[in-house]
Design a protein around this ligand. Sequence first.
Ligand code: TA6
Length: 315
Amino acid sequence: MGHSAAVWDHRAAIEMTEDWNGIQQVLLRNPRGASARVSLHGGHVISWRNDRGEELLFTSSKALFKPPKAIRGGILVCFPQFGNCDSLEQHGFARNKIWTIDDNPPPLHPNDSLGKSFIDLLLKPSEEDMKCWPHSFEFRLRVSLAADGNLTLISRIRNINGKPFSFSFAYHSYLSVSDISEVRIEGLETLDYLDNLRQRERFTEQGDAITFEYEIDRVYLHSPNFVAVLDHERKRTYVIKKEGLPDVVVWNPWEKRSKAMVDFGDEEYQQMLCVDGAAVEKPIILKPGEEWTGRLELAVVPSSYHSEDLDRHRS
Ligand code: TA6
């Protein structure tokens, strides 16, 4: 049976399951055997596998799958704030809510559907959410898996309030790496960043690719729309493409902080790295009726892929 992109039926490539808390999960598959799993708890991508069945996202062996606590790993949607600035919970409430399946979303560009398996999710504020963040919104999230295995998340947030509101946002993405000391990030050199470990003080990154020898928790500002995470040992590179998301958060908890997290193994910092497409420094402001779109595409390519290729992508 042929599964050419033109005849690929995205509904046939979706399987609904339930986790042990009875929360629905959506399994997306592509014709080559790659897959992605999305939980309605948080609209959270909890797994992304290539066509060899290898997991590309990190999830802690100590993760607590107990709502309303967010799962430690995968890709978390942080909204209406990233960080912990006001009365809202850390990284906002979206990651802790049960989303619904959106059967009739407003159309996206045909390229966002053609040849892809995808699911559309919807989050609207509950009365409880309105108490701590009194703004009416509709948040539509599409998660899609393409024929080449690329994973795309498209968030559309619409203000259905009578008044403007502002928010910050991140796709908090736990990438699985072989060994953190063998990893480097390209694309953030020479940028300014806010250091979360020093009260968000602003610094400028040096000219070299970023490598890891200690805890890092930074918001890189106004980054290019392509960033690469190179894993030497596994000989593979994550290419992160983003739109509408000016900042990139980079986080590795290293040894001491790992030990302080109950849902994270003491040594697991060696196998993960968070690189998040985000809008943190300057909040997004939406007037009544306006909509914002933030888009993240993740690809994995062999490490023979060099920064020159990245430059080609950028142009
Ligand atoms: O910048 C990343 C960060 O905000 C860190 O400060 C760290 O706390 C991490 O996210 C995880 O946050 P969480 O609330 O999921 O424990």
